[in-house]
Write a protein that binds this ligand. Structure first.
Ligand code: AMP
Ligand code: ZN
Ligand code: ZN
Length: 415
């Protein structure tokens, strides 16, 4: 009787010990709530994932979700699309309608990536509410190691931790800074973090999407992702960290054999160029010259189309914002507008983006892995406006009004 009681008590003790081992996560995870890291690899075209040079990204996709493609919003350039990803608004609605912008409401000011003072004027950005603003307002701490707009006090709010964009900052240092943020405990530990890598885009412009230089840049970014994943694992927080990896657009090969001469599309007496893009240009007729400018420009031409801003095909969701020039011209994929009189940053024989957002060459990346996501799933192509409500849902913060599909990205989330 006595010995059977001891045996029963021992069994009970062992069982309860097993139960507590099984149900309790390791200490580090228990102490840290779920975090979400949003990573942008600028200019990562959807099919780069199948090049065999990004093993870490492939393993994240295998353990989580990958989309066949993420369609950018129009125009398929960097600042408009980064702001779309974090606001769920089309560029026509959030107001960052290009990388270079003028606004009649801000005479004499030109928004451009190289002019930090003008670019960080909140008036350019305030028409959207990026996820970090909504999160901070809801008491969810955020930290950004680069994202367009994150240096700006938008609607009076900036991420709790942010840094001025520095393209020379080594990728290892970027990863280590993010890991240091996640090492914090208590109220200063961020629950939402962004990261940004530019070299795949830079090499895509310089050497074209099919180049060895792009493959090398893909390898560099993948190594940084490996350092991040290893760092999370070493800290015991891999299982409590969601990672979402996206790109803003793809890249199309360009050639000096496919150049549209800006000096020939309209007489300089009839219109001025407000936007000098390679895949698109924007023009303003000069005083009293609208008829002449429209006659030269509007309609279909060899390798490009021009529209009045209000007549751009509806599927682009582009043309109502006051910052868009009166006449907008878009080149066929792979063709570029160039001016002999204007020096260019990149060679004609390289790559460009900014084309029709439905073109396969413009398709971007979506990979997500972590406890909130399905395991080993591939989802169909979707529009990048759908990322924002998913981020809001994962962070448990209210989503501001946006342009996403209500069903959105629920197919990516674990049941
Ligand atoms: P794009 O002209 O569309 O190819 O723009 C890509 C460039 O944007 C990259 O070369 C980056 O250096 C630059 N960029 C990305 N994020 C920022 C930022 N937060 N501030 C200034 N420039 C940026
Ligand atoms: Zn970009
Ligand atoms: Zn680019």
């Amino acid at each position: 009787m006595k010995s059977s009681f001891v045996v029963a008590a021992l069994i009970a003790l062992v069982l309860s010990a097993c139960a507590s081992v099984g149900s309790k996560p390791p200490l580090a995870e228990a102490a840290k709530p779920r975090a979400l890291i949003l990573i942008s690899i600028d200019g990562f075209r959807a099919d780069y994932l199948d090049r065999g040079v990004t093993p870490v990204l492939s393993s994240l996709a295998a353990s989580g979700v990958r989309a066949a493609a993420m369609r950018p919003s129009f125009p398929s350039v960097t600042f408009p699309n980064h702001y779309t990803i974090v606001t769920g608004l089309r560029p026509d609605h959030h107001g960052i309608v290009n990388n270079t912008i003028e606004d009649a409401a801000m005479p004499g000011k030109v928004f451009k990536l190289s002019d930090h003072d003008v670019m960080t004027d909140p008036r350019w950005w305030n028409e959207g509410e990026p996820i970090w603003v909504g999160a901070e307002k809801a008491g969810v701490r955020t930290a950004t190691l680069f994202w367009p707009g994150s240096e700006v006090e938008i609607r009076g709010v900036r991420p709790a931790d942010w840094a001025a964009y520095d393209k020379t900052l080594a990728y290892t240092e970027r990863v280590d800074r993010v890991l240091a943020w996640l090492d914090r405990t208590g109220e200063t530990r961020p629950r939402f973090v962004t990261m940004y890598f530019e070299s795949v885009d830079t090499q895509g412009h310089g050497f074209g999407p099919d180049s060895a230089e792009v493959s090398a840049a893909l390898g560099d970014v993948d190594k940084a992702l490996g350092r991040l994943v290893d760092g999370l694992r070493a800290r015991g927080v891999e299982g409590s960290t969601d990672i979402v990896i996206v790109s803003d657009h793809g890249m199309a090969p360009t050639s000096q054999a496919r150049v549209i001469d800006n000096d020939k599309i309209v007489d300089a007496q009839d219109a001025r160029f407000a936007w000098y893009g390679r895949p698109f240009v924007g023009l303003e007729p000069l005083a009293g010259r609208t008829t002449q400018a429209e006659k030269a420009l509007l309609g279909r031409h060899d390798h490009y189309d021009c529209w009045r801003k209000g007549e751009i095909p509806a599927r682009h969701h582009f043309g109502t914002h006051r910052r868009i020039p009166s006449i907008f011209c878009l080149a066929d994929v792979g063709w570029i507008f160039m001016s002999k009189s204007r020096p260019d940053t990149y060679p004609a024989d390289g790559g460009a983006h900014g084309y029709d957002e439905g073109a396969p060459e413009m398709a971007g990346l979506f990979v997500a892995s972590g406890p909130s996501f399905r395991k080993g799933a591939t989802i169909p192509a979707f529009d990048n406006v759908d990322v924002y409500p998913m981020l809001a849902r994962l962070l448990g913060v209210p989503a501001a009004a946006n342009d996403s599909d209500p069903a959105g990205l629920s197919a990516a989330l674990a049941p």
